[in-house]
Ligand binder design. Structure first.
Ligand code: ADP
Length: 281
């Protein structure tokens, strides 16, 4: 089994259950890549450093962080420190998990979005000097070489921009989707601080358990805030050819196994009828 797991960086996520579960699964010979977010640690670091955190909404309704030069340096530091912590915790569980820094190992490249379009109170404006980027390429062969050496690749939400010579902040969910496509994964699991996609966020029983690309308009109407971008990442992965993406809870025991075995929100490329035909039901 080849899988990609992305663990959220927002407050409320728990990494310990994932690391325990991963150690068991990797020990059985499965190949996983871990991608992580860094929003919570970045916010704390910015506050400590007295650097403002600014979030804006794009004209198409996606929320994103404005990353000026000071915020970029802090985002990079926060992301790499979190990668280092996850790597040490995996080492304690007997798993070698090198942090693939995109400026030192050829892994992920980005194109910088130096102009950030935003809307506030009905007014449109542009923020300049932004240092976040969109993933342009992922070197699948580097990830495969890491697996062949017996290790588990660990990726911070960063991508290298040749023009500036810097690591840029990229969206972790969309990075995980690009990685899944680059290595032709069986499954992408996005673990977050809720049980999955809910029709109504205040009612846990409204969890969407199964859906396909054909349901996308309906799913997008349910999502608010950061969930909109998560759904965009899921759609990119499924439209790119991945069979399944799962949105599931990072806070429960064995969160990866729960997701792989059908928990959370299971999102499929093919409609249920076609899937049944494919397995001969
Ligand atoms: P992470 O750091 O884990 O990626 P995010 O904050 O980016 O977390 O995204 C998860 C958040 O999305 C949830 O905490 C929740 O508040 C929000 N959200 C918005 N709409 C929904 C929805 N319909 N179902 C589930 N979560 C939603």
């Amino acid at each position: 089994m080849i899988g990609i797991v992305k663990i959220g960086g927002a407050v409320g996520n728990d990494t310990r259950p994932l690391l325990d579960d991963l150690a068991r699964r990797v020990g059985r010979g499965e190949r996983w890549v871990v991608v992580h977010g860094a929003s919570g640690v970045t916010d704390s670091l910015c506050e400590l450093a007295g650097v403002a955190c600014r979030y804006v909404t794009s004209p198409s309704g996606y929320r994103s962080r404005y990353v000026g030069p000071a915020q970029r340096a802090l985002f990079e530091a926060a992301a790499l420190s979190l990668s280092g912590r996850l790597s040490s915790e995996l080492a304690l569980r007997g798993i070698a998990a090198p942090v693939l820094r995109p400026d030192s190992v050829p892994t992920v490249r980005a194109e910088r979005k130096d102009l950030l379009r935003a809307v506030e109170g009905g007014r449109r404006f542009i923020l300049r000097d932004n240092y976040s980027g969109t993933v342009r390429s992922v070197a699948g062969e580097t990830l495969e070489a890491t697996w062949r050496s017996g290790a588990l690749p660990l990726l911070p939400p960063l991508a290298f921009d040749e023009e500036s010579g810097l690591n840029l902040n990229v969206d972790g969910d969309r990075l995980a989707a690009s990685v899944a496509l680059a290595v032709d994964a069986d499954c992408l699991v996005i673990l977050t601080n809720v049980a999955g996609l809910m029709e109504d966020l205040s009612r846990p029983e409204s969890l969407v358990t199964q859906a396909g690309l054909e349901d996308w308009d309906h799913l997008e109407r349910m999502a608010q805030g950061n969930m909109k971008r998560k759904l965009l990442a899921c759609r990119e992965a499924l439209e790119g050819g991945l069979a399944r993406v799962v949105l599931a809870d990072s806070r429960r025991e064995a969160p990866l196994s729960h997701a792989v075995e059908g928990g959370g929100t299971q999102l499929w490329r093919q409609s249920p009828a076609l899937r049944s035909m494919a397995v001969g039901l």
